[in-house]
Design a binder for this molecule. Structure first.
Ligand SMILES: NC(=O)c1ccc[n+]([C@@H]2O[C@H](COP(=O)([O-])OP(=O)(O)OC[C@H]3O[C@@H](n4cnc5c(N)ncnc54)[C@H](OP(=O)(O)O)[C@@H]3O)[C@@H](O)[C@H]2O)c1
Length: 255
């Protein structure tokens, strides 16, 4: 069943990190809303399964590689016939005390979360600008994290730095890309995805309990609850939102 209350029918949307978690939930929600969707991730098998399940086009690319990103964006434009929306959800996490963060891990977290978002926005913007100038404004939604504003504990130097960069990049690009393209950011709290599951596996039972207690709702999010916010920022329902950072975090209580 499609839901076109947000006017997404026929919109052409590219989602990175779309083979799992928040990106997959977002691609699925867009497709259910009548959009045409292209999905980017690295692992071809998982991506194929996701693209088939969603009814979209899978494009294998590593967002750390600018040439691969440019090629994948061009392929998405070819296959969808243009581009009206981009969601940058590809990301990785790391939770280690700073003295254990190797040069390679630091570089990987920054390359994936921050540079990957930059490369994807840079490659997609000309296409989005064309669509946004010709019709309804196009849209970019970046995915940062509540940890960009206040890390939930120790061990988040690389991750928080990368996501703080995403928030700043979003605000700077929002000024540059408007009015043809609206650029906004979501800051999720923890959602039930493999990133969070592997992170929580590193915690003691007491730490896990404290994590859940830090949310006013007493639970972490379902990926769909984050996807709905991304859909809102992509659709005309958020027509006056530009450069905003939308926290969707179940009322995370900062200690
Ligand atoms: N889940 C949370 O609690 C939470 C909270 C705040 C923010 N976020 C952010 O939300 C985003 C999605 O997180 P998630 O929890 O949904 O993660 P996830 O389930 O682990 O999915 C990550 C996705 O990104 C892709 N990916 C990772 N590295 C990539 C690369 N170099 N190039 C292309 N694709 C890549 C993965 O596929 P491949 O591995 O096959 O490439 C996968 O499709 C991330 O940016 C994350 O930081 C998540």
């Amino acid at each position: 069943m499609t839901d076109d209350r947000a006017g997404l029918t026929g919109r052409r949307i590219l989602v990175t990190g779309a083979s799992s978690g928040i990106g997959l939930a977002t691609a699925r929600l867009f497709a259910q809303s009548g959009a045409q969707v292209a999905l980017i991730a690295r692992d071809a098998t998982r991506l194929d399964q996701a693209a088939t399940a969603v009814g979209g086009v899978g494009l294998v690319a590593d967002v750390r590689d600018p040439a691969a990103v440019t090629a994948a964006v061009a392929a998405a434009v070819d296959s969808l016939g243009g581009l009206d929306g981009l969601v940058c959800a590809a990301g990785i996490n790391a939770r280690l005390p700073i003295e254990s963060v190797s040069d390679a891990l630091w570089a990987d977290v920054i390359a994936t979360n921050l540079s990957g978002t930059f490369y994807t926005c840079r490659a997609a913007l000309p296409h989005l600008s064309v669509a946004g100038t010709a019709g309804a404004p196009a849209s970019i939604v970046t995915v940062a994290s509540g940890g960009a504003l206040l890390p939930p504990g120790s061990g988040y130097t690389a991750y928080a730095a990368s996501k703080g960069g995403v928030v700043s990049l979003t605000k700077a690009l929002a000024r540059e890309a408007a009015p043809a393209v609206r650029v906004n950011c979501v800051l999720p709290g923890n959602a039930s995805t493999p990133i969070t599951q592997s992170l929580m596996a590193t915690m003691t039972p007491t730490e896990r309990e404290a994590k859940l207690a830090a949310y006013a709702l007493g639970r972490i999010a379902e990926p769909l609850e984050i996807a709905r916010a991304i859909k809102f920022l992509t659709s005309a329902d958020s027509s006056y939102a530009v450069g905003t950072s939308l926290s969707i975090d179940g009322g995370r209580i900062f200690h």
